[in-house]
Design a protein around this ligand. Structure first.
Ligand code: HEM
Length: 331
């Protein structure tokens, strides 16, 4: 229980800081300008540092994980995606993983039936929930670009229009809002409901979920419930994007909580498991082609060893060996 309560308390405390700061401390400038810039700097530099650090790690061995027949003789049918033999197919595999969570689609669940019979079954819920969570968040973040542009670029406008095509509420309901909230709830409850998962889940698994859920709930309440005034927020966002460093006009405290938690999320990314968004591209089990048989890979760190053959050894000691009665190959 501590593993869930601790992150929950942390998120609540974090949410209180900007609320109190803006409402009672008049710290609008700190929360509207200074902290957002600082968090973006931490995100970018931290992300870059982690990626460069990983990029510099040597990868001396071919260790791709494969799930299909490797390319070999012409008459043996290979599986170019599950066992990519060249960098292009390896890139296709990484991208299909990133965009479609391919390997998660194969997820299975092992269950005991009747007390002792172990049965494996297909289990697609995690794949579906994960996909819905990541895609809806991505679309929400892309849609937020509307605050940072005077006129919305066409692709973003298109995404925005498609997302609210239902048009059943005022303001129009974004589909991704519902999907994101449902998905984050599913991912959170999934960890709690399963005994095995509860055991292996850590506070660091719950914290980002709770943080993102709170950001989304605050966003949704601002849009559909409290109906926050967008004009000063847009002015602030445009100012931030153009580095004007202007003080913000008065904005509802709820917005500052939303923004501050986003800043916390930005700062948290480089130091946490959320770095999987960059790490997936550098994972050698994924990004290396499986061509160990077609190509000889020599470990580049192998020291340049000077070998001494038996013939050379015998040349050096032949006379002594003969004297000692040891048989020699060359007389
Ligand atoms: C990780 C980043 C963020 C996430 C996940 C997020 C999430 C959300 C969600 C789910 C909503 C509900 C409505 C919608 O989908 O548009 C929302 C609304 C909102 N967000 Fe964010 N947000 C993020 C960053 C930001 C930032 C940086 C700003 C600063 C400009 C911001 C300002 C707002 C505002 C003003 C609304 C209300 C929109 C409206 O009334 O139409 N958000 N946010």
């Amino acid at each position: 229980m501590k593993k869930v309560l601790l992150p929950l308390i942390m998120v609540l405390v974090l949410a209180t800081i900007p609320f109190v700061g803006v409402t009672y401390g008049k710290l609008d400038y700190l929360f509207a300008v200074i902290i957002p810039y600082a968090s973006v700097a931490i995100l970018l530099l931290g992300f870059l540092y982690r990626m460069v650090d990983w990029l510099r790690r040597p990868v001396p061995f071919r260790i791709p994980t494969t799930c299909g027949q490797e390319k070999s003789l012409d008459w043996i049918k290979d599986n170019p995606i599950e066992s990519p033999s060249n960098p292009f197919m390896a890139a296709v595999r990484v991208l299909s993983e990133v965009l479609l969570f391919r390997s998660l689609f194969r997820n299975t669940k092992a269950e005991l039936h009747g007390g002792s019979r172990l049965a494996y079954g297909s289990h697609k819920w995690l794949w579906l929930g994960g996909l819905a969570f990541h895609w809806s968040l991505l679309i929400i973040v892309i849609r937020h670009a509307r605050f940072f542009f005077d006129t919305m670029p066409f692709p973003i406008e298109l995404i925005d229009d498609l997302d609210r095509f239902l048009d059943v509420t005022v303001p129009a309901l974004y589909l991704t809002d519902g999907v994101a909230l449902a998905a984050v709830t599913f991912l959170f409850l999934r960890r709690l409901q399963d005994e095995k998962l509860r055991l292996i889940s850590l506070a660091t698994d719950y914290f980002p979920l709770l943080l993102i859920a709170t950001i989304a709930v605050l966003g949704v309440s601002m849009r559909y419930v409290t109906k926050v005034d967008i004009m000063p927020i847009k002015a602030l966002a445009l100012g931030l994007a153009s580095f004007s460093l202007d003080a913000p006009q008065p904005i509802a405290a709820l917005f500052y909580v939303h923004l501050f938690l986003v800043c916390v999320l930005f700062c948290y990314v480089p130091f946490s498991k959320l770095m999987h968004m960059g790490g997936i591209f550098l994972s050698p089990t994924r990004n290396l082609p499986n061509n160990s048989r077609a190509k000889r890979h020599v470990n580049p760190w192998n020291p340049d060893i000077k070998f001494r053959t038996y013939a050379e050894y015998e040349d050096d000691y032949r006379e002594k060996m003969k004297k000692a009665g040891i048989p020699v190959e060359k007389q």
